[in-house]
Design a protein around this ligand. Structure first.
Ligand code: EPU
Length: 417
């Protein structure tokens, strides 16, 4: 069991460099299975989700190496073996193996995908799309068994622009017969990153990043190469921290366009934000004004930044309204924030946050990955010592978070008990 011990109220100065995006790389690795050629993925973050995926790939027969942020992959010997619970339960993105194994081998078997407990998180859009494309899918007590004779390109419409379903159908369509159109596709930047990788192998994907994506099936793929885009959620988390504790605090290696919703809200709250190329500079103003936050799909305010942002709102002078619209259970961190001194009334998926409240160090729990980020921000602004348990959740998504923050003046210790 790992825990973080944080001595709060340290002001931060210096720069934090942003790593490759977790939610891109967890799709890029399974997507590589579509080709027998060699793949190179650059700017890969060393996070536990990546380590888990590397082990999964090795189980399937992949020759995969990870050195200095570069993954080199040779999947010529991969076999469509069952993905067991041991792996599938650890990582939600294991559902991308369905699309890639079905696409290349016409057969996939896996246990049910796990991940953070932030809502019911069904995968019916993925399953129904594969079925419409011609797959036979048996749902057993311990997972799925999927087969397809010929994957047929068709029109797929999503009731909701799901990130996972958009990427999975895109992966599955690359080697399908004919043209697939995904309508009401998700537009998150990670989708374009995956499409760029598949196109580098020889896929014909157009429109990724927009609401309609067209994939013309091809017979075979070759070598592929891609650079993982900067992690906009990691960047956003550090910008929130810098806005609360920074004196001259910079986040480097970011794509500003991916962060406009957050930057706009920080400015509304009175945070001085200066963007120069790939660098964003923030610092703590004397007073923070309340702002309302409603999480939604890209380019709206990201659900993955909702929890750390809710900690920020406790420091704004007045009442802020907070609404989560993507998941049912993304407010499980609120009791922990209140325990530290916040004044938050939570109702179902929304909350009223009254500020400013002085937070005090307590023993708290990371109930999921982004709840861990919320607790980290809280611990860093609190008086005294905060201990965050279950920190494994946080380490799944943030590369070298302790050293990155200590390098700019924080006092955080990771203890492995
Ligand atoms: N949904 C369905 N049916 C489906 C798929 C989704 O009803 O088949 C619903 C979900 O229940 C949810 C909504 O659609 O209410 C959004 O789900 P989506 O499929 O977009 O999410 P996801 O692909 O499972 C990814 C990220 C999440 C991030 C969301 C939204 C990965 C591995 N995960 O999840 O990241 O919150 O998109 O942006 O890419 C995180 O990093 O902390 C995280 C949870």
């Amino acid at each position: 069991m790992k825990k973080l011990v944080i001595e709060g109220k340290r002001s931060l100065k210096g720069e934090v460099h942003i790593s490759g995006a977790k939610n891109s790389v967890v799709a890029l690795i399974p997507a590589s299975i579509l080709t027998r050629g060699k793949c190179v993925i650059k700017n890969v973050p060393d996070i536990s989700d990546v380590r888990t995926l590397i082990s999964m790939m090795k189980e399937l027969g992949s020759k995969i190496t990870f050195d200095k942020e570069i993954l080199t992959i040779d999947n010529s010997e991969v076999k469509p073996k069952r993905i067991n619970e041991e792996y599938a339960s650890k990582i939600r993105a294991s559902y991308y193996f369905m699309g890639s194994l079905l696409g290349r081998y016409h057969h996939a078997e896996m246990s049910f995908p796990g991940g953070c407990v932030i809502g019911s998180r069904p995968i019916d859009f993925h399953i129904n799309s594969f079925k419409k494309m011609g797959a036979h899918i048996e749902e057993k007590l311990d997972g799925f068994v999927m087969d397809v004779d010929v994957f047929k390109g068709i029109d797929i419409f999503f009731d909701f622009p799901s990130v996972g379903a958009t990427i999975n159908v895109m992966i599955a369509s690359v080697l399908a017969k004919g043209t697939t159109r995904i309508v009401n596709a998700a537009r998150e930047p990670e989708i374009e990153n995956v499409a760029d990788f598949l196109n580098s192998m020889g896929a014909h994907i157009k429109g990724a990043g927009g609401g309609t994506i067209t994939i013309e099936g091809v017979e075979e793929l070759g070598d592929g190469e891609v650079e993982v885009i900067p992690d906009r959620i990691e960047a956003g988390t550090y910008l929130i921290i810098g806005s609360l504790l920074g004196t001259d605090f910079k986040v480097t290696g970011v794509v500003e366009e991916h962060l406009i919703s957050l930057i706009s809200k920080l400015k509304d709250a009175g945070v001085p934000v200066k963007v120069t190329g790939k660098t964003i500079r923030v610092s703590r103003p004397k007073h923070l004004k309340p702002v309302n936050i409603k999480t939604t799909v890209y380019p709206g305010f990201p659900t993955d930044l909702g929890q750390p942002m809710s900690t920020f709102l406790t420091q704004c002078e007045g009442m802020s309204l907070f609404e989560e619209t993507i998941y049912e259970n993304r407010l499980r961190h609120i009791p922990h924030l209140n325990n530290m001194g916040a004044d938050i009334k939570a109702f179902d998926k929304s909350a009223i946050i009254n500020g400013k409240t002085d937070l005090v160090g307590r023993k708290v729990k990371a109930t999921d990955l982004r709840a861990g980020a919320s607790m980290l921000v809280a611990g860093m602004i609190a008086d005294g010592t905060t201990i965050i348990y279950n920190i494994e959740h946080l380490l799944r998504g943030y590369e070298r978070i302790v050293s990155k923050l200590n390098n700019v003046g924080a006092n955080i210790e990771l203890i492995d008990e």
